[in-house]
Design a protein around this ligand. Sequence first.
Ligand code: NAP
Length: 312
Amino acid sequence: MSDPIRLAVVGMGKIAHDQHLPAIRDNAEFRLVATVSRHGEATDGLPFFASIDELAASGLAVDAVALCTPPQVRRSIAMTAIAKGWHVFLEKPPGATLAEVVTLCDAADAAGISLFASWHSRYAAGVEPARAWLAERTITRATITWREDVRVWHPGQHWIWEPGGFGVFDPGINALSIATRILPHAFFVEQAELDVPSNCAAPIAARVDFRDTQGTAIAMDLDFRQEGPQSWDIVVETDAGTLTLAKGGGELSLPGGETPAGTALHGEYPGLYARFAEIVRAGTSDVDVAPIRLVADAFLRGRHIPVDPFVE
Ligand code: NAP
């Protein structure tokens, strides 16, 4: 096997601690060599830096970085990494705008480094079996219901309410990353309603009607105000019965009986790091902008409706 990929993690928040560090520790393809955190907090006794610029200036040998910051600051950090010739793993969403992601792709290609726009939900256990099953069916309707309590899942994450923070589309884009993977035909936004709290820049709820190229309706319901049972479900009606993908892609039910039960989020990051190693070794990139393109279109095409202020 080749030498491990020397990796630095940037932005030591919830997802870096919950998912990235364990997945990196468990993957022999990677060796964590540093972290970048404005808090200046060491991980596993490794060197830490307050910014990517300090890491770049340190002379530490690094092959790749995983960027776990909010999307608003990801492009400039990625550009610094690309200029250093480091491979880049982008947390989802890959940027705050579609155009900046495209410019990152161009820069990565020009520098000859691997760029990975990760979509963790695509690595949930039910997603690939769902895609295979749907590939042979005629779809008559699909509904996406992503309703979660923002106070439980995103405490203190003020960036989510700022411009470029995506609001309820921060989890909603996960649903779209699955839908764009499992549904056999491309789809686009027909209309949308975005409920925006009067003290926030991003929506707290949204209803989006999509249609695919075969004329099939796909309805999406996102809500950050859900208390009690939470929903991360995609239901697809077909000529052969109804497929349900629940728990964020982790649990698949088919009309004919059960298929693999999911391992939910903690199973997704090993898959992401395996894929990142694969593209780094192959000298390729993996950037699919389909999910962020649909979110951008919902913002473009949607009616923005002011609603009550959000108080955490
Ligand atoms: P978070 O807990 O707020 O952590 C983000 C971290 O980024 C912060 O702790 C901070 O780390 C750094 N950061 C924040 N603002 C920054 C700025 N202006 N400049 C540079 N660094 C900054 O958020 P998170 O939940 O980990 O989410 C981060 C990204 O991962 C988001 O894009 C999110 O969509 C994605 N994600 C989250 C989850 C989840 O379940 N939470 C799941 C999958 C993907 P330092 O203080 O160490 O610098």
